[in-house]
Ligand binder design. Structure first.
Ligand SMILES: Cc1ncc(COP(=O)(O)O)c(C=O)c1O
Length: 391
């Protein structure tokens, strides 16, 4: 008989009942050190007092009114994002997937309004992940995600990750945009080198097509800058954000320049819940906390420390680990052993890490994790690696 919850997830046999900072407490009382943070979501850890207070205060005042009316918390968060980034305007969603949907619509509408309605194609890359909606799976294009779900939404051109020549060759009179994650998350923590992101920006400038960055996983201070593209000193035309921006409360956003958003006039897009008071109250508290030079400097300091310890771990376990990659606190350990075995051995050591493609385990801790907890996580990974090596 089919389970009462649709069985689309391969869940670990763990049930967490409480969270405290970087720790999750299992129903049986065991304390797990959380280096997954809900897949790069809980940027300020679990039950963060500032976020709890923001949510409680809003919850006792007003939950939901719909976008029929002004929502001051939404306005405040949009202002913060516009002040802090390249963007002139923001649309709020409930998830990264919905942000992807709007980014695609926005790029196509941009060209439609410019008198080039034939420009509908969006260039994407293998290993990418943009969500599980019809547009999201068509954008990623992998067989794993698309098989059985056809006919797929047309208008995506799939290239090999890192193939810059391919991008130049693929651009034609029907190209609308390039869509890329500055660091692939699900794809196995595969960073796009700064020079490549710069080159993509240049290609877009030369041809007029739009650059859409998916910062759903790598954004919101995760890499030690507010957004990952800042490392390359380039800006997108459109950016997808989610995960960290809500600190654990469902919230996403599309940020855009005035030019790129020009087609999105009244009535062209909407959402019942997107930008609701609860989500935006929390989003404002997240932004106020992470978007300070001190916070970002601390992320970078801890990232350096973690990376160094991980290099030591690789040296100590050359049969288990191969390489560390990523930026800031978005790190991936490419495994020589099976990544699923390393994840299982980590669970056995009460440590949560997240598997990704390319035989990688992801380390995506809360950005305010303590130095002690980071050191403890590496100790537990060391024990996990010993167990894996023994077989
Ligand atoms: C880069 C990227 N884009 C989009 C998504 C989809 O976001 P959501 O699961 O919030 O719909 C994800 C989720 O993992 C992601 O990592």
């Amino acid at each position: 008989m089919i389970p009462s919850v649709l069985p689309t997830y391969a869940r670990a046999p763990l049930t967490f009942v409480k969270g405290e900072g970087s720790w999750l407490i299992e129903a049986d009382g065991r304390r797990f050190l959380d280096l997954g943070a809900g897949i790069a979501v809980n940027v300020l850890g679990h039950a963060n007092p500032t976020l709890v207070a923001a949510l409680n205060e809003q919850a006792s005042a007003l939950w939901h009114v719909s976008n029929l009316y002004n929502i001051p918390q939404q306005q405040a968060l949009a202002d913060k994002l516009v002040d802090a980034t390249f963007a002139d305007t923001v649309f709020f969603t409930n998830s990264g997937t919905e942000a992807c949907e709007l980014a695609v619509k926005m790029a196509r509408k941009y060209w439609y309004e410019k008198g080039a309605p034939e420009r509908v194609n969006i260039i994407t890359f293998d290993g990418s992940f943009h969500g599980r909606s019809a547009a999201g799976i068509a954008a990623a294009g992998s067989e794993k995600m698309t098989k059985g779900f056809g006919p797929l939404l047309p208008g995506f051109v799939h290239l090999t990750f890192g193939d810059l020549d391919g991008v130049t060759n693929a651009i034609d009179a029907e190209t609308a945009a390039i869509l890329i994650e500055p660091i692939q998350g699900e794809g196995g923590i595969r960073p796009v080198p700064d020079a490549e992101l710069k080159a993509l920006r240049q290609i877009c400038d030369d041809t007029g097509i739009l650059l859409i960055l998916d910062e759903v996983q790598c954004g919101v201070a995760r890499t030690g800058k507010l957004f990952a593209h800042e490392w390359a000193n380039v800006t997108p035309d459109i950016m997808m954000v989610a995960k960290g921006i809500g600190g654990g409360f469902p919230l996403g956003a599309v940020l855009a320049t005035e030019e790129a958003a020009a087609g999105m006039t009244t009535g062209t897009h909407g959402s019942t819940y997107g930008g609701n008071p609860l989500a935006c109250a929390v989003g404002c508290a997240v932004m106020d906390t992470v978007n300070t030079p001190e916070f970002l400097a601390d992320v970078n300091r801890k990232a350096g420390m973690l990376r160094q310890k991980l290099e030591g771990l690789i040296a100590a376990h050359p049969d288990v680990f191969e390489e560390v990659r990523g930026t800031g606190l978005m790190l991936g350990l490419k495994c020589k052993a099976l990544n699923a075995d390393v994840v299982a051995a980590s669970y056995a050591n009460e440590l949560l890490v997240v598997p990704a493609a390319d035989n990688v385990i992801r380390l995506l801790p809360a950005l305010n994790i303590t130095d002690e907890d980071l050191a403890e996580a590496v100790t537990r990974l060391d024990h996990a690696a010993m167990a894996v090596a023994k077989g």
